[in-house]
Design a protein around this ligand. Structure first.
Ligand code: PLP
Length: 455
C-alpha cells in the first residue's frame, strides 16, 4: 500500500502535496512577524503549541506562511480526522454557503440539522430510540448533557473523575480536574460536582491487574458514602481520557460503571468529544466493550473542522426537557451541519474506523520499540489512532515534563506537529488525521525516534 491519502482522495494530494518540506527554521521569519502582530492584538490567555501561521492544509500536511510543509500528528486536537479541508466536507460547505448561512434552527428549521441528528441516532451505540440536540462546542454539549440529566432525573449531583477534561465554561471547568491552566483563579465554580478516582492502570496503587475492580469498588463506595446514589443525576466520563493523559481504563471498569448507573437510576454520560467519530477504531470508543451510554456528547471530529457539537441519547431523557429549554442562536448552524454530513459520509465511505485501527497497528510497535530503548517512557497506551506515551523519571512514577517538552519541541523543529497532554504535562499524544498516508506516518515516527535520540 502506497498511502491512504493518494488512493482515496486524489484531488487533495494535488492541492497540498503529501510530503514534509522544510525551507526555513521553525517558526520561520514570516511566522515570527505574524506572531509579533498577534501579540499586539490577541489576548495572551489564548496560547499556541507551535507558532507557525498556517496558509494551507490538506490530508496529513500543514503548510505555513514561510512555505514549510509539516506532518500533522495532531489533527487540530482530534478534529480533522477526515483530513484538513476534506473534499466531501469542502464541497458540501461550498454548496450550503451559497444557498443560506443561517436562519436559526429555533426560528425556521432546515433539513441538514435533522439529517445530522438522524446520523447521530444511527451511529452512536445502542439501537434504542434516540434524540439529539446540536450545539457549537464540546463544552456546550457537556453543559447541556448535564442540564438534560438533571431535568430528567430531578437530581442535582454530577460525578466526574480525576484527570477529566470537559471544557472551559463555568460548569465544565468544575467538571475538569486539572487546575493549571484550566481553572486557576477562574472560580467560584458550579456546585454539586463530585470527583472520583479514575481507573488509571499505570498509577493504580494496587497494580494494573487490580485496577478495574478496585477502582470500581472505590467509586461505588465513595458515591454511596459521600453523595448518596439517589442524589446523583449523572456520572460523566471520557471512555479514554483526552487532555488528562489518554488514560485508558482497564476492561471491565466502564461496563461496571454503566451497570451501577442503570441499577441506581443515574444517567451515564459518555463524553466522546475526543474519542468519537472513528478515532479509536470504532465509531465510538464505548463500542469496544459494548457499553451503551444513556447520553453521548460529541464535537471535534464530527464536522471536519467546522464548529458543531451534539448531545445524543435516550429519547425519554432527551424529550423530558420542555420546549425552549435547549438550544442557542448558532447551534446546528446549516454550514456546520453540511460539513458534518460530508465528514460522516467520508468516514463511512473510506472506512476510517478501519484506518484508525491500521494506524494503531503501524504506530504501536514503533512506540513500544521506543519504550524498550528509552526507560524514560513508562507507558505506551491508547487505541486506534488515539495513542500516547507517558514519561517518568526512569524506574519511578515521578512525571518527567521536561523530557516530554524537549521531545515535543524537537519534533516541532523537524516539522512534525506533536501534542502533549496529561495532568503532569508528561504525555505525548498522537492524533494523526485518519486519512494520513502510511509514508507520512512512517516519516513522522522516524522524526519522533530521532527526537528521542537527540534529547
Ligand atoms: C473529552 C472532551 N470533552 C470536552 C471538550 C471541550 O470541547 P471544546 O473545546 O469544543 O469546548 C474537550 C476538548 O478538548 C474534550 O477533549
Amino acid at each position: 500500500m502506497v498511502g491512504f491519502m493518494t488512493e482515496h482522495v486524489p484531488g487533495d494530494e494535488a492541492r497540498v502535496p503529501q510530503r514534509r518540506n522544510l525551507v526555513t527554521e521553525i517558526p520561520g521569519p514570516v511566522s515570527r512577524e505574524l506572531y509579533a502582530r498577534r501579540e499586539r492584538a490577541v489576548a495572551r490567555g489564548v496560547s499556541h503549541v507551535l507558532p507557525v501561521f498556517v496558509t494551507d492544509a490538506g490530508g496529513g500536511v500543514i503548510v505555513d506562511a514561510d512555505g514549510n510543509s509539516l506532518i500533522d500528528f495532531g489533527s487540530g486536537i482530534a478534529v480533522v480526522s477526515v483530513g484538513n479541508a476534506a473534499p466531501r466536507v469542502s464541497a458540501r460547505v461550498a454548496e450550503q454557503v451559497a444557498r443560506f448561512t443561517h436562519t436559526c434552527f429555533m426560528v425556521t428549521p432546515y433539513e441538514g440539522y435533522v439529517e445530522v441528528c438522524e446520523e447521530l441516532g444511527r451511529r452512536t451505540p445502542g439501537t434504542h430510540e434516540k434524540r439529539s440536540a446540536l450545539f457549537n462546542s464540546g463544552a456546550e454539549a457537556v453543559e447541556n448533557a448535564v442540564k438534560i440529566a438533571r431535568h430528567a432525573t430531578g437530581r442535582q449531583a454530577v460525578v466526574a473523575f480525576d484527570h477529566a477534561y470537559h471544557g472551559r465554561t463555568n460548569l465544565t471547568m468544575a467538571l475538569t480536574a486539572k487546575n493549571m491552566p484550566y481553572k486557576d483563579k477562574f472560580g467560584p465554580f458550579a456546585g454539586e460536582v463530585y470527583r472520583m478516582p479514575m481507573a488509571y492502570p499505570l498509577r493504580w496503587p494496587g497494580g494494573r491487574e487490580n485496577c478495574a475492580a478496585e477502582a470500581l469498588a472505590m467509586v461505588k463506595s465513595l458515591i454511596h458514602t459521600q453523595v448518596g446514589e439517589d442524589n446523583v443525576a449523572a456520572v460523566l466520563i471520557e471512555p479514554i481520557q483526552g487532555e488528562g493523559g489518554f488514560v485508558v481504563p482497564p476492561d471491565g471498569f466502564l461496563p461496571g460503571l454503566a451497570e451501577f448507573c442503570r441499577e441506581n437510576g443515574i444517567v451515564f454520560i459518555a463524553d466522546e468529544i475526543q474519542t468519537g467519530f472513528c478515532r479509536t477504531g470504532d465509531w465510538f470508543a464505548c463500542e469496544h466493550e459494548g457499553v451503551v451510554p444513556d447520553l453521548v456528547t460529541t464535537a471535534k471530529g464530527i464536522a471536519g473542522g467546522l464548529p458543531l457539537a451534539a448531545v445524543t441519547g435516550r429519547a425519554d431523557l432527551m424529550d423530558a426537557v420542555h420546549a425552549g429549554g435547549l438550544g442557542g442562536t448558532f447551534g446546528g448552524n446549516p454550514v456546520a451541519c453540511a460539513a458534518a454530513l460530508g465528514a460522516i459520509e467520508t468516514m463511512a465511505a473510506e472506512d476510517l474506523a478501519g484506518r484508525a485501527r491500521r494506524i494503531g497497528e503501524i504506530m504501536l510497535p514503533r512506540l513500544h520499540g521506543l519504550a524498550e530503548k528509552y526507560p524514560v517512557i513508562a507507558d505506551v497506551r491508547g487505541r486506534g489512532a488515539m495513542l500516547a506515551i507517558e514519561m517518568t523519571k526512569p524506574g519511578t512514577l515521578d512525571p518527567d515534563p521536561v523530557t516530554t517538552d524537549a521531545v515535543a519541541r524537537a519534533c516541532h523543529q523537524a516539522g512534525l506537529v506533536a501534542l502533549t497532554c496529561g495532568t503532569h504535562r508528561n504525555v505525548i499524544r498522537f492524533l494523526p488525521p485518519l486519512v494520513i498516508g502510511e509514508d507520512l506516518l512512517d516519516e513522522g515516527l522516524t522524526i519522533l525516534e530521532d527526537a528521542f535520540a537527540a534529547v
